[in-house]
Design a protein around this ligand. Sequence first.
Ligand code: GUN
Ligand code: ZN
Length: 437
Amino acid sequence: TNNDSRVLRAELLSFDADPGEADTPAAGSVRHIADGALWIENGRIRAVDDFSRLAPELPAGIEVVDHREKLIMPGFIDSHVHYVQLEIMASYGRQLLDWLNDYTFPEECRFAAREHAELLSAAFLGEMLRVGTTTAQVFCSSHPVSVDAFFSACHRRDLRMLAGKVLMDRHAPDALCDDTLGGIRDTERLIGDWHGKGRLGYSLTPRFAPTSSRAQLDATGGLVRNDPSLWLQTHLAENTGELDWVAELFPGSRDYLAVYEQSGLVGPRSTFAHGIHLDQEMRGRLAERGANLAFCPSSNLFLGSGLFDRLAAREAGLNISYASDVGGGTDLSGLATLKAAYQVGQLRGQPLTAWQGFYGLTLGNAQALSLHGQVGRLAPGMEADVVVLDPAATPLLARRTARSRSLSETLFALMMLGDDRCVAETWAGGRRVHSRA
Ligand code: GUN
Ligand code: ZN
């Protein structure tokens, strides 16, 4: 038998489409197999079926990993996270702009050193895989070496990851600011070395409007125009103090979004983190371009930024992705992100169903990031990145999920009570990359 071929036997759950907002998922949106077989070969999914139906087709002696009583889903996706902020998570005090100056900028200065960047890249990926996240769109620091360290660590583990060097040429410590066009040249070098290598993609990363000059934003737009296969990530309308500052810095722009539009930064591969303080007209402009807003609920609660209006975004036809935004976020776990999203939704009268939540972490995020051809579903040909969840991981969860009358109740209990203890295993590229046992 082929060493690179094995079957995972478990309960399987995957989405084929948006399940909608109703308690009952839209017809055809959910694929659920109570006793399923996921056949993995050479890093990809070869077949997905009932175990009993697939068993006769399997080669004699193929390894069957028995995960009955466990639930396998596509590996979770985090659309916005800062690996360089891992060690300043949960730093007390105030809102965005003070938090950036007091904790974030000094911390990111440390990533000028290759050894530190390598150490933290490994630590960050270890934490991601421990919580079942196999793909993320990641901010590095402004130092090119922070990107080389991160991409090499991902490449060694054969992970599908997007990342980029922060572009910021003003309003931060000198040790963190790049040169307006020097930052662009460094970016071009990094794109050449990493974009499309293995499962890696480059995401252009102007930090946010206040820390880039118009010249740097324009040059970034030039890179997008030259190569539409690049991704782009930045922050937008997170905090009211930030809004006032942007208005002051860019008097020639009619609103915050216009600052990015004027430099050609709003496109189908652009992710704007937060987007809390927007009106419906601005949401419409984002939707028209096919951009997505990264909803970062634990960060928005921690930094007191505001309550994201998820249904207004949906109404505008805007793609929403879900993200931890660590270090502003308080938890890397996708389950914790859904719990915070539910709480934000409750405060807005917009409860989040477990269907919508888990769709968001998997296929929804994959679609928002244009990665749905590779990841986000359990289907033949897709890359074999999966999370093995244990709905009875703790005594409390075992009690709670024993009382569930439906899959939707179990999923909801997982998103409200679950954490890394529920992640029995994580697989990426067809290999086991984390195991709690
Ligand atoms: N806006 C600009 N930079 C940042 C950052 O590092 N974190 C968050 N949450 N918002 C930002
Ligand atoms: Zn962020």
